[in-house]
Design a protein around this ligand. Structure first.
Ligand code: NAP
Length: 290
């Protein structure tokens, strides 16, 4: 990659941001695309978010990814927020327009991408989503977009679960299929699940032996179920190992990461195709998976 006087800036804002995998993935793609952009990680404190975004406008930053803790606060800095991001309640991708900064959420597209590839009719199928945090919101919107019949979200705090449910009240396509339940109900519903998504951090390195499901619960997973873990290290997780023993199809979190990045890169560069294989390989190499 040659950085010249014309090279334009893309990046990611967060705090902390040193662990971000996005620069590895995006710079590998930009190099292959022969695109005159460079993608940089910006550690931005919450108290200076507004100043930083104004500064980005002043120095010609073309677009940026947004991660914790700015995914909600960034909304106040934007002139337009997509309906999808409004439903999720978080923005992870921002780009410059003549009117000002626009924002959307590509986590939904990242999540649904490997499921869409399966070319299935989901309209009679049941999804169980473990966890009711930020990622679960993108998962729920994604499942509604795919047309799942029922989406059951499992959480450990009844108040948070109620808030989660109510927050989708004005999004009919989600609200009409969404249920929330506590973990003790899982024993009765796991056997009917066609898709089980782990959107908790349980099983993430270094706690690689942990799983959101007990051994007895995992045995209830039926063959043919899709087990989807948003975690990408380790790869596979204990949850995916348990599910595969039952004959389930496993999807790991790396693909979601790659595909949400690919969707963002398409927006920033205006290209309809970006080198997804290169992005995936760059991450796999970086994580020591290949
Ligand atoms: P988050 O907002 O903190 O939500 C985590 C959820 O997990 C919360 O509902 C939390 O419950 C629940 N939880 C945490 N520990 C638990 C435990 N021991 N038992 C039961 N429930 C527990 O985090 P997030 O942003 O949604 O991220 C969740 C996971 O998805 C992380 O592993 C993250 O790395 C991964 N992720 C992956 C991608 C990707 O591209 N692959 C994208 C986003 C996130 P409470 O609300 O009750 O605390």
């Amino acid at each position: 990659m040659i950085i010249s006087g014309k090279t334009r800036l893309l990046g990611v804002i967060g705090n902390p941001i040193g662990h971000s995998l996005s620069p590895v993935m995006h710079n590998a793609a930009l190099e292959e695309m022969d695109s005159d952009f460079v993608y940089v990680a910006f550690p931005i404190e919450e108290s200076v978010l507004s100043t930083a975004v104004a500064g980005f406008g002043a120095i010609g930053v073309q677009g940026f990814s947004v991660t914790i803790p700015h995914k909600q606060a960034i909304m106040a800095e934007l002139v337009h927020i997509s309906e999808l991001a409004t439903a999720v309640g978080a923005v992870n991708t921002v780009w410059k327009t003549a009117q000002g900064w626009y924002g959307t959420n590509t986590d939904v597209e990242g999540f649904v991408s490997p499921l869409r590839e399966m070319n299935r009719d989901w309209s009679e199928e049941n999804a169980i989503v473990l966890g009711n945090g930020g990622a679960a919101r993108a998962v729920v919107v994604g499942c509604a977009e795919l047309g799942f019949k029922n989406i059951q979200v499992i959480g450990r705090d009844s108040n948070k679960l109620q808030d989660f449910l109510v927050s989708f009240n004005s999004f009919e396509s989600v609200a009409s299929r969404l249920m929330v339940n506590t973990w003790d109900t899982l024993d009765n519903t796991l056997a009917n699940a066609d898709l089980i998504v782990n959107s908790t951090p349980i099983g993430m390195a270094p706690n690689v032996d942990a799983s959101p499901l007990t051994i007895m619960q995992a045995k209830k997973i039926k063959a043919g179920t899709i087990a989807y873990d948003l975690i990408y290290t380790p790869n596979p997780t204990e949850f995916l190992n348990q599910a595969q023993v039952q004959g389930a199809t496993a999807i790991d979190g790396l693909e979601m990461l790659v595909q949400q990045g690919a969707a963002a890169l398409k927006i920033w560069t205006g290209k309809s195709e970006v080198p997804v294989t290169t992005m995936r390989l760059a991450l796999q190499k970086h994580l020591g998976l290949v």
